[in-house]
Structure formats: structure tokens, C-alpha cells
Write a protein that binds this ligand. Structure first.
Ligand code: TPP
Ligand code: MG
Length: 335
């Protein structure tokens, strides 16, 4: 384990996993009720990766992630109510409802961006790490992406520059065996870790269903990056118990057989982490998570939706309006 970072107690890891699991289940309810219109990419089954990573980072570290990032954000410290509000397109959301489930950011929690563009977590994190190296305050960036991102050119280019410039970034590949419906073995030639190692980046693969394993590996990589040792690459083997996206609730796709899903469900990270703490404590945590999520759902649904005249607000860094005026079909207040 890294020096200077306290090992998380088992109940902290369990609490985070439980929060993420129930958050996602509540969010699926809100998809069903029509309050989250985009649908979501649930991370149910993959919570141990988020919990272990979150425990290995400090508040000032920067996270860039992907389309399946609610769990990572919660583990990094994002408020559940503000994240749900974001997903429901409400002004109380972490990005004022403009990012939604696919593209949220939460600067207060150090989550600079989650991108629905596959593979972009890596170059964004490398760029952030370059800035952090210049700042010299010992902060690190973490870039999280899926196995499907391993064939993106921009991701491999960012490995190259991160290694050459020894920037403090930890690349994390969540290998959940599928990119949408495409099995990883039909899409990625060679080994995933060997790709990062080819750029001189220390790379290793670990069990992503155990939050303690994830924590140990991430804490070591983060400590090394913090001390000027440069980038690291971690592959975490994991599995999503639900569909790629909530459209699968009705789409009835057949790309995984029931036996495979059942084998992975038998390794449920929530049961693993929950089994490491006393039953009574587990029950208290569960009750507290439920109370917190009741409040989170209330906050999200009571938060106002932006009006049509606010549709283009906050989208342009130069001010609030696009250069050259607003589109013709925009009936806003100062068009
Ligand atoms: C550049 C790009 N290509 C394709 C897509 C469509 N798409 C969205 S999610 C996804 C699969 C991503 O798989 P993976 O990276 O393994 O992440 P997972 O969904 O398994 O968490 C694809 C192909 C996209 N969003 N961006
Ligand atoms: Mg995948």
C-alpha cells in the first residue's frame, strides 16, 4: 500500500458499493418513470472498481471517465442528489443539467469530465496530468475507460505522450468483456496490458470484483505517479450484471448466455464487501444509504428544469452565446 494513504476500512468500501448499487437501481426506476429521458449505462456489478479507485484518490486529484461513470463520480465524492438531478436534466445538477448521464462533470469533486465518446477519458486525463505536473503540487489525474476504448487511436497517442513526458496519470481500463454487444476477444488483438507496456508504461491486470484488490493496485500506481514516477496502466477484470444501456430492458438482445451472467453474479462485489463486516453494521449502512437516496431522489425531482430560453446558457466558455449569433430556430430571450 502507498505511504501516507490510510487503508480504507472494509465498511467504507462496502458503503460506497452499496450506495452505487442502490443509486443505479433508483436511477433505473427514474428511467422507467420517464424522469431520466436519455436512459443510462448502469454500472451494476462493476462497483468494486469505482469503490477501490475512489478510496485511493485524494480530493484534489482529477478524474476523467466515460459513459458508465455514475459509480466513479459517487466514489470520488459527487453528491448523489446533484448527480441524479443532472441525469434528469435539472438545473440543480452537477453540470446544471447540461451534461446528463453521459457527459457529466463535477468540478467540486475533481471530476473534470465524463465523455460519451469512447476512449476520450485517456487523452483528457493525460492533458490534465500535464497541467498538474507543471503545477507541482503532487496531484494526479486518473483516466477511466472500457475495453472498447483500447482500439481508439487518441488513447494510444495519449499513452505515448504521457510516457515520454512522465506525467502523473493513472490509466484504468475496466475490462467488462464486452463493448456494447461485441466480445473483447473479437475486438482487441494481443493483450490489453501489453499495449500500454509497449509505450514503457508499467501495466498490470487485476481482479476488479474485489474492492480491496482494486484499492491496493490503484494506491500503488497513484503513489508512484505522485512521486514523479510517471504514468501507470491498470486493467480491472469485471462484469456488468445489467445491459449495456437501459434500452436493453426492452430490446431483448442475446449476446451473453445466462450461465455466464450467473457465474459472474455469484461473485457480486456487494456480497463480497458486505461479508467482510458484521451483519448488524451492514444493516445500519443499508438503512442510511436508503435514507440518503430518498433525499437524493426528492432533491432531483424538485429541482427545476431549465426553460427553453435558457437552452444555450453555459455552453460557451467565451460568454453565454455562440459566436455569430444564435441558431434561427432559437427563440431565446436575447436572440
Ligand atoms: C468514438 C465512439 N465510437 C462509438 C461509440 C458508441 N459506443 C458507445 S458505448 C460503446 C461501447 C463501449 O464499450 P467499452 O469501452 O468496453 O465500455 P463499456 O460500455 O463496456 O463500459 C460504443 C461502441 C461512441 N460512443 N464513441
Ligand atoms: Mg466494455
Amino acid at each position: 500500500m502507498s505511504a501516507g494513504l490510510a487503508r480504507p476500512v472494509p465498511e467504507d468500501l462496502y458503503r460506497t458499493i452499496r450506495l452505487i448499487r442502490r443509486f443505479e437501481e433508483r436511477a433505473i426506476d427514474l428511467v422507467r418513470s420517464g424522469d431520466i429521458v436519455s436512459g443510462i449505462h448502469p454500472c451494476i456489478g462493476q462497483e468494486a472498481v469505482a469503490a477501490g479507485i475512489g478510496a485511493a484518490l485524494r480530493g484534489g486529484d482529477i478524474m476523467m471517465a466515460h459513459h458508465r461513470a455514475h459509480g466513479h463520480m459517487l466514489a470520488k465524492g459527487t453528491d448523489p442528489g446533484r448527480l441524479l438531478a443532472e441525469m434528469a436534466g435539472r438545473t440543480g445538477g452537477v453540470a446544471r443539467g447540461r451534461g446528463g448521464s453521459f457527459h457529466p462533470s463535477d468540478f467540486g469533486a475533481g471530476v473534470f469530465h465524463c465523455s460519451g465518446t469512447v476512449g476520450h477519458g485517456a487523452p483528457m486525463a493525460a492533458g490534465a496530468a500535464w497541467a498538474l505536473a507543471r503545477e507541482g503540487a503532487g496531484r494526479v489525474a486518473i483516466g477511466i475507460f472500457g475495453d472498447g476504448a483500447m482500439n481508439q487511436g487518441a488513447l494510444l497517442e495519449s499513452f505515448n505522450l504521457a510516457s515520454l513526458w512522465r506525467v502523473p496519470v493513472v490509466f484504468v481500463c475496466e475490462n467488462n468483456l464486452y463493448a456494447t454487444t461485441l466480445p473483447v476477444e473479437t475486438a482487441v488483438a494481443g493483450s490489453i496490458t501489453a499495449r500500454a507496456a509497449a509505450f514503457g508504461i508499467p501495466a498490470s491486470a487485476h481482479d476488479g470484483m474485489d474492492p480491496e484488490v482494486v484499492f491496493e493496485a490503484t494506491a500503488a500506481a497513484v503513489a508512484r505517479a505522485r512521486d514523479g514516477g510517471g504514468p501507470a496502466f491498470l486493467e480491472f477484470g469485471c462484469y456488468r450484471f445489467e445491459g449495456h444501456h437501459t434500452f436493453e430492458l426492452t430490446a431483448g438482445l442475446r449476446y451473453r448466455d445466462a450461465g455466464e451472467v450467473a457465474r459472474w453474479r455469484a461473485r457480486d462485489p456487494m456480497e463480497l464487501a458486505g461479508g467482510r463486516i458484521p451483519a448488524r453494521r451492514r444493516q445500519q449502512i443499508d438503512e442510511r444509504v436508503e435514507t440518503d437516496l430518498d433525499a437524493a431522489v426528492r432533491f432531483a425531482l424538485e429541482s427545476p428544469k431549465p426553460g427553453p430560453d435558457e437552452a444555450l446558457d453555459f455552453l460557451f466558455s467565451s460568454g453565454l452565446r455562440p459566436r455569430g449569433g444564435v441558431p434561427r430556430n432559437y427563440a431565446g430571450r436575447d436572440g
